[in-house]
Structures are given as structure tokens and as C-alpha cells.
Design a protein around this ligand. Structure first.
Ligand SMILES: C[S@@+](CC[C@H](N)C(=O)[O-])C[C@H]1O[C@@H](n2cnc3c(N)ncnc32)[C@H](O)[C@@H]1O
Length: 318
């Protein structure tokens, strides 16, 4: 990985590799040997797990702390580059995280078969990419937008935590069939992370993020313009609980816990309508799963795929 992704722009990931090399040298050092042996034994069969294989969760945290030191520096350099250089940086970085996330998923599943669970170690590791996109969470206007008495779930002031993590988004996108025909609807798009990742890594696909809060939509569209991905990646202010437009143009739906029950019912009816016409894929994260499971059973779709122990599900009607 270090060889494939060289240069200043992956300072963060090179740092990971250096840390891992260091950890290898320190195998007999201050870290718990028993943990390392266990860790290595379990994934012994996974020879392609090159760079993370000696890392325990604590060690990943350790890496994470150290790499933050270098991150500011890397970001300063990045900011001096032009837009196309920045996009190349992000493409390589996201591709790399995508591979790591898939490896981690494989690893977790191996552990699970042995009734063991390590937690999801990469899940929050790449939140710093928000500062590359310049996602701004708080300007204080969110709460002013809420209609009195509305039952919708706005996740006000949740900022960072209202979003799918980068490693999750990348893991999900890898499992989807995405091509130039793909039209992705993020139903409740928050601050736009999913769209930005699609725009950078899957430039052939179209993406529409629908979000009830105008301030989040404005910020997302600004970032989309800044990165020059706005011809394919668009955000629209909409209360999906009140909206009567059909979803006929879409073929991929992304739902991360966005709605109250009544809204789910309306939205699922519309998704169901589309599913009768063509091939569709649906991603759920968190509680959205239960709503789509019933749809899948009713329509006799093939079994869905579960990631991260069911927190993420991918449904396909084909
Ligand atoms: C948990 S966030 C998910 C954000 C994004 N999809 C992601 O995964 O990073 C759910 C979003 O749905 C939005 N939302 C809630 N009710 C909505 C509605 N009726 N119409 C449109 N958006 C809604 C919330 O404001 C929030 O930003």
C-alpha cells in the first residue's frame, strides 16, 4: 500500500504503515504479546491483511493519535494544490480506505465465527476527511428551521455523529452495483458526506440528497460546487414526509435512520412502486432495516446482505 500510494498526499496513511512497521519491531516491546499472538493467529489465513495485522484496538487508537500530529501539516500542503490534484488525492485516499474497510469487515466476520468481537476499529478513524471537504457542522441556524410540533427526526446539533462514517460509506459503495446508469437517492442526506464520496470515487453515478433542513442542503451544495462535482451531485431541500413526487428516476436508495414512522410508510410505498418497475438496491443503516425487511419479504426479494453485524444492510430486488 505504501508503495502504491506514495507522496505527500497520503501522509496520513503512510503514517499508518510506519506505525505498523514500528509495531512489528516492537513486538516484544511494551505491547501485550498475548494480544498480538492472538490477533496474528486468527488472521494468519488472511495473508493479504498486510498492514493492519498486528494492530489491536489500542494500537489503532495509538496510531490515530500520532497521525493527527501530522495531519494538520498534510492538510496545509493539500490546500496549496489545485482542484484536480486535490481530487486525485481524495480518490486515492478513499480507494485505500475502501480496501481497508473491506478487510476489516472480513476480519470481524472471522472473529465472530469464534464468538469474539473487537468492535469496529476503523469506524471513526477517518472523520478528519470532513476537514478536507470543509464540512461545517455548526452555524447555529439548524434549530431555527424546525417547524413547531414536527415529529421528524432532525438530529439537531449532532454534527459529526449524524453522518455515516467514511469507512462505512466506502464499504457500502463497494458492495453495490454502481455504473453510469446509477441514480442514487440519499433520503435524509444530512451534511452530504455520502454524496461527496460518490462524487469523488464514482464520478459516473448521479446522486441526489434530499434533506429537510435547508441549512444542511445549502452547505452540501456549496461543497459540491467547490469540488466541481455539482453536475452529478445535488442536494435538494425537501420534507419527504410531505412530498408527493415519485422516486421513479432512482435505482439506489440510501437510508440512515432518517424518519419517524409515518414518513417511513410514505417513503416505502414510493420505493415499492419503483421496485415493481426495475432493478433497485436499497441501503439501510440502523433502524431503517426493519422497514425494508418487511418490504423485501413481501416482494420475495433474494436474501439481503448484512454488514457490521446487521447495522448495515443491502437489499437488491434482483
Ligand atoms: C441520520 S442522518 C443521515 C445523514 C446521511 N444520510 C448519512 O448517512 O451520512 C438523517 C437525516 O435525515 C433528515 N431528515 C429527517 N426527517 C426528514 C424528512 N422528513 N425529510 C427529509 N429529510 C429528513 C435529518 O434532518 C438528518 O439530517
Amino acid at each position: 500500500m505504501g508503495k502504491r500510494y506514495s507522496g505527500f498526499h497520503i501522509a496520513h496513511l503512510n503514517n499508518l504503515i510506519e506505525e505498523v512497521d514500528l509495531l512489528r519491531d516492537l513486538k516484544k516491546g511494551p505491547f501485550s504479546i498475548s494480544k498480538k499472538v492472538e490477533f496474528t493467529d486468527i488472521i494468519g489465513s488472511l495473508s493479504h491483511w498486510e498492514h493492519l495485522k498486528f494492530l489491536s484496538l489500542e494500537e489503532l487508537d495509538h496510531f490515530s493519535e500520532n497521525s493527527k500530529r501530522d495531519l494538520d501539516h498534510a492538510l496545509k500542503i493539500l490546500n496549496t494544490k489545485n482542484n484536480s490534484e486535490k481530487i486525485i488525492f481524495l480518490q486515492e485516499l478513499l480507494q485505500c480506505i475502501s480496501e481497508l474497510s473491506e478487510k476489516e469487515e472480513t476480519f470481524q466476520n472471522i472473529l465472530r465465527k469464534q464468538n469474539r468481537f473487537l468492535g469496529t476499529s476503523l469506524i471513526r478513524m477517518f472523520d478528519w476527511i470532513d476537514s478536507v471537504f470543509k464540512i461545517n457542522f455548526d452555524d447555529g441556524t439548524e434549530s431555527e428551521e424546525i417547524a413547531k410540533g414536527s415529529l421528524e427526526r432532525y438530529y439537531i446539533n449532532s454534527g459529526l455523529h449524524v453522518q455515516s462514517s467514511y469507512s462505512q460509506i466506502l464499504l457500502i459503495l463497494k458492495k453495490l452495483d454502481i455504473n453510469s446508469e446509477s441514480i442514487i437517492y440519499d433520503l435524509g442526506s444530512g451534511f452530504g458526506r455520502v454524496g461527496f464520496v460518490v462524487g469523488i470515487l464514482y464520478p459516473a453515478a448521479h446522486f441526489f440528497g434530499f434533506e429537510i433542513l435547508e441549512s444542511r442542503v445549502q452547505k452540501s451544495n456549496q461543497i459540491s460546487r467547490d469540488w466541481n462535482i455539482h453536475s452529478k451531485i445535488q442536494f435538494i431541500t425537501k420534507d419527504l414526509g410531505q412530498d408527493s413526487e415519485s422516486y421513479e428516476t432512482a435505482n439506489i436508495f440510501y437510508l440512515y435512520d432518517p424518519f419517524q414512522e409515518e414518513t417511513y410508510k410514505k417513503v416505502i410505498e414510493k420505493i415499492n412502486f419503483v421496485a415493481q418497475q426495475k432493478k433497485i438496491q436499497i441501503v439501510t443503516k440502523g433502524a431503517s432495516k426493519d422497514f425494508i425487511v418487511s418490504l423485501s419479504i413481501k416482494n420475495k426479494w433474494p436474501p439481503h446482505q448484512e454488514l457490521q453485524f446487521g447495522n448495515i444492510c443491502i437489499f437488491k430486488n434482483y
